[in-house]
Design a protein around this ligand. Structure first.
Ligand code: ADP
Length: 498
């Protein structure tokens, strides 16, 4: 077994242990005896040090011209490209996703770097006519200050990049608090940011428990903005705390995403989409397909096709090239998925395939769950309403397109959605009527690209969008500037009226 990586915090350009010296461990979820990394169990005093460093660095970083700030981010993209394979291996080892997906995770960071870097030469404001003569009016974007970035384990490369890169280009300084399960990934990522040469204190990393380091960051009076991706429960706490302490806050939380398959759909294509959407990343994506809404005319046939394809999926370590589905991230999450099987059975759903913890041969050394299809599910059942975050998909039968859209919308969440149909009128009706931040026509619910807004409606978020140019709205505030070159006092609404 390899020696575990010894990870540290990165504060003010230095690699530091937690002041109290305590550590935690991350493990390989496919081989739980393997410790991947040890990392600091930071407390409020470590957070204080990081916030002070980020606050000090902000004073000069905000004045670095945006195109120059963007060049650092561009360099991060180049370095990520150079180290793509070793980073992907680490993602597979520490988080469990298959290597092809892990490469995609790193690639998303690279795409985000090059896209965000381009924004350094745009960051457009507006000019607009003044109502007064000899007066100039414009808007400019201002950075916000110290940004706390709290991230989950399912995209340990992409999500920190989505947050940090636009934040930095906009002139903010950042403190990343990554998920406990992927501390090695976060450390390697921040090593790359460090190698790109940012001035000390501009980029910081604080490891630790959510309820300790994370909470201390969210409550800290000198943190100006919190960008959070994670569970709805934690998001509610983060949102409430930020409300109480008057911080800007961007929340990206759960989903209960549905794929509709109509009777006129290309069923093979819909099948490819359903398998990838439901079981990609072991169903541990906030955009995963967890409901399949099937028209009754194709339900039986499509279900048989899905059953057959699912039965062939191979479980295994993400680092094994033959693996289709990797492990669940940790014991707690494995038990949670398993518990939903009891809930499903009690509610009258039928387990078509899967439904059990997988423990044959080497799978017993990790947190594996069989890919699962639940049939006879009605929209009111808990398994049709609550986010399970595992390789579980429920089947719901409908009799019409209108019913399909109504059931798709009948959820507290609103992140991603998908409709398979060859009818152009239905496609456009779906695009208009679906209540979600993302809609795919003839594509699965997963597959976001970095130059489009990412986020959801209802309880998925709080109205923000990450990625795209919309990320700039998260990490900047607008200032309206008026320049009066008349040499006189000109009173708006008064001096231009008789
Ligand atoms: P999950 O249940 O998938 O672990 P969480 O929402 O708990 O999702 O975790 C997402 C991120 O939020 C992680 O980095 C975690 O450490 C952090 N976190 C958890 N609890 C808190 C909290 N009370 N305050 C701030 N951050 C937290």
């Amino acid at each position: 077994m390899e020696t575990p990586l010894s990870c540290r915090n990165y504060i003010d350009g230095q690699w530091l242990s937690a002041a109290a010296g305590n550590t935690l461990q991350s493990r390989n979820p496919a081989l739980v005896d393997e410790i991947v990394a040890t990392f600091p169990r930071s407390q409020a005093d470590d957070v204080d040090t990081a916030v002070a460093a980020a606050g000090k660095a902000y004073r000069s970083w905000r004045k670095v011209p945006a195109p120059a700030r963007a060049e650092y981010v561009f360099r991060v993209g180049e370095l990520l490209l150079q180290h793509k394979e070793e980073l992907a291996q680490l993602v597979s080892q520490e988080m469990g996703k298959p290597l092809t997906e892990a490469r995609g995770d790193v690639q998303e960071g690279i795409d985000c770097a090059f896209y965000s870097a381009g924004e350094g030469r745009r960051l457009f404001g507006q000019t607009t006519p003044s109502e007064m003569p000899n007066k100039f009016a414009m808007t400019v974007r201002m950075p916000i200050g110290v940004c706390a970035l709290i991230t989950p384990w399912n995209f340990p490369m992409a999500i920190p990049c989505w947050k940090a890169m636009p934040a930095l280009v906009c002139g903010n300084t950042v403190i990343l608090k990554p998920a406990e399960d992927t501390s090695a990934c976060a450390t390697k990522l921040i090593e790359i940011f460090a190698a790109a040469g940012f001035p000390p204190g501009v980029v910081n990393l604080v490891h630790g428990m959510g309820e300790e380091a994370g909470k201390a960051l969210v409550e800290h009076p000198d943190v100006d903005l919190v960008s959070f991706t994670g569970s709805s429960e934690t998001g509610a706490f983060v949102g409430a705390t930020c409300g109480r302490t008057h911080k800007r806050v961007c929340l990206e939380m759960g989903g209960k995403n549905a794929q509709v398959v109509m009777e006129d759909a290309d069923l093979e294509l819909a099948l490819d989409g359903a398998v990838w959407g439901a079981f990609g990343t072991t169903g541990q994506r906030c955009t995963a397909t967890s409901r399949l809404i099937l028209h009754r005319d194709i339900k039986e046939k499509f279900t048989a096709m899905l059953h057959e394809r699912t039965s062939k999926l191979r479980l295994g370590a993400g680092t094994d090239p033959d693996t289709d589905i990797g492990p669940i991230i940790n014991e707690k999450q494995l038990q949670r998925v398993n518990e939903y099987m009891n809930i499903a059975r009690e509610e009258g759903a039928k387990v078509l395939i899967g439904g059990e913890i997988a423990s044959e041969d080497s799978l017993k050394n990790g947190y594996f769950f069989q890919p699962t299809i639940l049939d006879d599910v009605t929209p009111q059942m808990r398994v049709a309403r609550e986010e399970i975050f595992g390789p579980v998909v429920v089947l719901i039968e409908v009799s019409s397109f209108e019913e399909a859209i109504a059931i798709l919308n009948d959820t507290n969440y609103g992140l991603s959605s998908s409709v398979y149909t060859r009818d152009i009128n239905r496609a456009f009706t779906a695009m208009r009527d679906i209540e979600a931040g993302i809609t795919y026509i003839n594509g699965p619910t997963i597959g976001a690209e970095v130059h489009l807004p990412f986020g959801g409606v209802k309880q998925t978020g709080n109205g923000h969008r990450e990625a795209g140019t919309t990320a700039l709205d998260v990490f900047t505030e607008w200032k309206s500037v008026y320049v009066d070159f008349s040499g006189n006092l000109q009173r708006a609404q008064i001096d231009n009226r008789s």
